[in-house]
Design a protein around this ligand. Structure first.
Ligand SMILES: Nc1ncnc2c1ncn2[C@@H]1O[C@H](COP(=O)(O)OP(=O)(O)OP(=O)(O)O)[C@@H](O)[C@H]1O
Length: 361
């Protein structure tokens, strides 16, 4: 049976397809941070350039956690600080809540900055030892005019309660607390400004493992309760995997792989990511490794003179001529999974570090 299309008696307006243009909470494009330093020569000390961050793109939605992982010196902290404009980028765009931070006046920036806070690695050193906890938590309230004077004590007590500290902490000094408790104070201080986004820069790496778990749980609970978004910086893949929705792997100033957590942990494509996984302790001693070592051999090259081509080529067991001359673009290998490696297909078929990821997420 054939059917003929019916002609509508009344004209029907054709709606354009609805494309939900979602504005990310944070968008970073082409972030570059270079430092000019004096060289180490004895007589003529030339100016040299530290390539700390070299063209990083990131995007983060509300209530999401983006993990940033890589070895020491890869540019993770510099990325985190520059996203908050604590470090002036050499180039790049940083858009937060839809506004380009680099184009704002100082006053506008101060207003918006309150919504973006940072928690540091060193919980004790990041707190002024001469101030009581009450003074430390009251300071952001005063600076940002958030709470009338008569409500400040109540708000400080609310903040202490939020991070699981007793209210009598108000009159005590940081040295009277353990490392984990100091980190709770650091988190409360960041929350005092009522942010929507936190940079967590290695927030647990200075703490004992049992305390780490408690602080990670606290951060997860706070995220759910307050709808926060996190840029979670760490060198530990297990910790990053536990906390993150998305994971970006950074090497010598560049993102080499970025994906949803489950995709990256199930099928790491970049040899560097695979090497990082091989550095995670393997519970099964019968598992062998082709290269004997548990970590990527060699050191991260100096960021004063990053190698041409793929920056990982000096340590990559798969490196070929093309890797030494041509920089690989960050190409999509699966939905939302991007990798900067000329031979990503081959790497994923024949993981040069041999060991499948052992991190359970
Ligand atoms: N203020 C600065 N002046 C000069 N060089 C700097 C400065 N800050 C960072 N660097 C250099 O920039 C590079 C990236 O440093 P960064 O601290 O961002 O790395 P990271 O991955 O966070 O390392 P870590 O885990 O050790 O903190 C390093 O070579 C570092 O020495």
């Amino acid at each position: 049976m054939t059917s003929t299309p019916t002609t509508p008696t009344t004209p029907v307006a054709v709606e354009p397809p609805v494309t939900a243009a979602r504005t990310p909470l944070l968008e970073v494009k082409g972030l570059v941070v270079h430092y000019q330093v004096r060289g180490a020569g004895a007589v003529i000390r030339r100016r040299e350039t530290v390539h700390a961050v070299d063209g990083v793109d990131l995007s983060l939605d509300t209530h999401q956690t983006l993990g940033l992982v890589g070895e020491s010196g890869c540019g993770k902290s510099t990325t985190g600080r520059s996203v908050l404009l604590l470090e002036r980028p050499t180039a790049g765009l940083i858009r937060f809540e839809g506004r380009d931070l680099t184009a704002l006046s100082r006053r506008e920036l101060n207003g918006l900055r309150r919504r973006m806070q940072i928690v540091f690695q060193d919980p004790v050193g990041s707190l002024n030892p001469r101030h009581t906890v009450g003074q430390l938590l009251r300071e952001p309230l005063l600076v940002h005019h958030l709470v009338p004077k008569q409500r400040q004590r109540e708000r400080v007590e609310e903040l202490l309660d939020l991070v699981g500290l007793p209210t009598d902490a108000v009159s005590r000094f940081p040295h009277e607390f353990s490392g984990g408790q100091c980190q709770r104070i650091g988190i409360a201080r960041a929350l005092a400004a009522e942010p929507s986004f936190l940079v967590l820069d290695e927030p647990v790496s200075a703490l004992d493992v049992s305390i780490q778990a408690q602080i990670l749980q606290l951060l997860t609970d706070l995220q759910d309760r307050l709808g926060l978004s996190y840029l979670f910086i760490a060198h530990d893949l297990a910790v990053v995997g536990q906390m993150s929705d998305l994971v970006a792997v950074m090497y010598l100033g560049k993102i080499v792989e970025i994906a949803e957590r489950d995709s990256l942990y199930a099928r790491p494509h970049h040899p560097y990511t695979q090497g990082l996984f091989s550095a995670v302790p393997v519970p099964d001693p019968t598992l062998s490794r082709k290269h004997g070592d548990t970590v990527v051999a060699g050191e991260v090259p100096s960021s004063l003179a990053p190698p041409p081509g793929c920056r990982f080529n000096t340590r990559c067991p798969m490196a070929r001529e093309r890797c030494r001359t041509e920089e690989p673009p960050l190409d999509q290998v699966a939905p939302g999974h991007r990798v900067a490696c000329h031979f990503a297909d081959e790497a994923v078929r024949n993981n040069p570090f041999d060991v499948a990821p052992t991190v359970e997420v």
